[in-house]
Design a protein around this ligand. Structure first.
Ligand SMILES: [Zn+2]
Length: 304
């Protein structure tokens, strides 16, 4: 029996999924197929793993408390707990958090609104220390779509507006500000950026003598010694609040500088379990993402 008759009222359950935005209007066709099952799994994952909700009434944020999270399993089973959770969403007037966050302009780009606000504060704070993470940026928010560009991921946090690439040009002459040290995080290669301060009279930064830090030249593909001068540990300053983080270099960075990722910083809090869930928060529906070439398997991948 390939498709047994479900032991629940299919149309009724589908109707609830329509109300809370997990099935499109008219999706209550009474047939419990792949689309309905996928909608149910997406609903349960959001209900169990994430506090983000929007209001059916206003479309604005209606995030829930940790104690409101669904405690059942994330699967396509319709049991009593599933119906109770669906009814809870309807009673609380919650729906899928499609577009929970807007994008917002920053000087030199665009980021998710909460990320944009914190980045802008960080730009000011770093400037106050004599360093810079000002624009131009290599990249901020990126359009969704499959890419074959070297070093770029089709599932990047840039697409969700959670990542920013600082100015690569400052990593070498003629306006050399970033001096980049290779480190290991135990699993792979990461980078620490020392930023030469505006003032070199001791009023800003910390003094380093030639030889205090061994830096890596991506152009010369060799190590060199940091020149004597005053610097801030830019990576430590960016990571200080716990909101932004660096990432590992991709395999093959030694021969392909595009893969080194030394310029990439991303928003650390509340990473979603899937790429699709991440993009839902910034307003891209599954339909939108399929239209630009993503498969369901793509959408179910870990973001990043
Ligand atoms: Zn990046």
């Amino acid at each position: 029996m390939a498709n047994p008759t479900p032991a629940f009222d299919v149309k009724l359950v589908q109707g609830k999924l329509v109300t809370i935005g997990y099935l499109p209007a008219g999706g209550d066709d009474g047939k419990w197929g792949g689309g309905s099952k996928r909608a149910l799994i997406r609903f349960k994952r959001r209900a169990a793993k994430s506090l983000y909700r929007i209001s059916q009434a206003t479309g604005g944020p209606a995030d829930c408390a940790g104690s409101d999270l669904f405690t059942g399993a994330v699967n396509d089973t319709v049991d009593a707990a599933t119906i109770t959770e669906l009814d809870k969403w309807i009673a609380k007037k919650w729906k899928a958090p499609l577009g929970r966050f807007a994008f917002k302009d920053i000087t030199g780009g665009k980021l998710r609104e909460d990320v944009a606000d914190e980045w802008t504060k960080l730009v000011t704070r770093i400037k106050g220390l004599g360093g810079t993470i000002d624009s131009p940026y290599g990249d901020t928010k990126r359009r969704p779509g499959r890419t074959s560009k070297s070093g770029a991921s089709s599932f990047s946090f840039h697409i969700a507006g959670r990542a920013i690439d600082i100015d690569q040009a400052l990593g070498g002459p003629p306006n050399h500000r970033y001096y980049i040290k290779k480190e290991s995080d135990g699993t792979g290669t990461v980078w620490r950026i020392y930023c030469k301060t505006d003032k070199q009279d001791g009023a800003q930064g910390k003094q380093y003598k030639k030889g205090d830090v061994e830096c890596w030249s991506f152009w010369g593909k060799k190590a060199y010694q940091i020149p004597e001068g005053y610097y801030i540990d830019l990576t430590a300053e960016i990571e200080a609040s716990g909101q932004f983080e660096r990432i590992r270099a991709q395999t093959g960075w030694e021969s392909n500088t595009n893969k080194s990722e030394w310029w990439h910083f991303q928003w650390k809090p509340d990473k979603q379990e899937t790429f699709g869930d991440e993009l839902e928060l910034v307003g891209y529906s599954e339909k939108d993402l399929k239209a630009v070439g993503y498969t369901e398997a793509d959408l179910d991948r870990k973001p990043g």
